[in-house]
Design a protein around this ligand. Structure first.
Ligand SMILES: C[S@@+](CC[C@H](N)C(=O)[O-])C[C@H]1O[C@@H](n2cnc3c(N)ncnc32)[C@H](O)[C@@H]1O
Length: 220
């Protein structure tokens, strides 16, 4: 077990770090993609599936669903969550940088709030794996952090735009995080045929903190 996976195992032991409902933007991604797969069984992969909220949604929508996560504890909770779904998703412990799937396996891939945990190189490897496991014409939705996020710069700088966080106000103390500016996105996802991205921001702690994310949709 790595230091990072034991960090996530500890978090997944707390109910408040296991969101139950799917994220709005993920729901929109699914709704926009459903028409592509009508009358055809489609395979979906969630990279960094956590406690399984998006695997449950995909399974309820009829996708042949797979999820991977570095955290064994997260996957145990995901198994519980999806135990009532009719088609049981397949869950496996794996790192985003080495997915245990053959090339061109999935029509849809999601990674919500995962690839930024690590260095720039680790993020690029996870993006390369996403490209590898998608079928030609397949789509992915990836959520990453912008430089405007309040966590940016809060900790020891390891390389350009990568920090080991030293703030204790979230569940991320000690994690290594890489942040992207808009110009980086086309470069990071250059292997894909189509790239489009939006920015989303919400505040918390009476507006003193800005959570700032890129919502990136790509097609192989
Ligand atoms: C912020 S949570 C998001 C969970 C889930 N995507 C969701 O939206 O509910 C980040 C997840 O990424 C997983 N994770 C972190 N580093 C990872 C890695 N290198 N490979 C696979 N999963 C990783 C963690 O265990 C955790 O479940």
């Amino acid at each position: 077990m790595t230091e990072a996976s034991s960090h996530w195992d500890q978090l997944h032991n707390h109910r408040r770090f296991r969101p139950q409902y799917p994220n709005d933007h993920v729901v929109r991604f699914f709704m926009a993609s459903l028409g592509l797969f009508e009358n055809r069984p489609a395979r979906f992969l969630d990279i960094g599936a956590g406690a399984g909220r998006h695997c449950k949604l995909a399974s309820d929508l009829g996708f042949d669903t797979y999820g991977v996560d570095t955290s064994f504890v997260g996957l145990q909770h995901a198994r519980q969550r999806i135990s009532e779904t009719t088609s049981r998703p397949l869950l496996a412990q794996a790192d985003m940088s080495a997915l245990p799937f053959a090339d061109s396996t999935f029509q849809l891939v999601l990674s919500y709030g995962v690839f930024y945990y690590g260095t720039a190189m680790e993020m690029r490897q996870a993006i390369a794996e996403t490209h590898r496991v998608l079928i030609p014409g397949g789509r992915a939705f990836v959520v990453l952090r912008t430089l405007d996020d309040y966590r940016f710069g809060k900790g020891r700088k390891l390389e350009e735009n990568t920090f080991q966080l030293d703030i204790a106000d979230t569940n991320e103390l000690g994690t290594v995080e890489h942040f992207l500016q808009a110009e980086d996105i086309d470069q990071c996802f250059a292997a894909f045929r189509k790239i489009s991205f939006e920015k989303t921001e919400t505040t918390s702690a009476n507006r003193s903190r800005v959570n700032s994310d890129w919502l990136i949709t790509v097609e192989k």
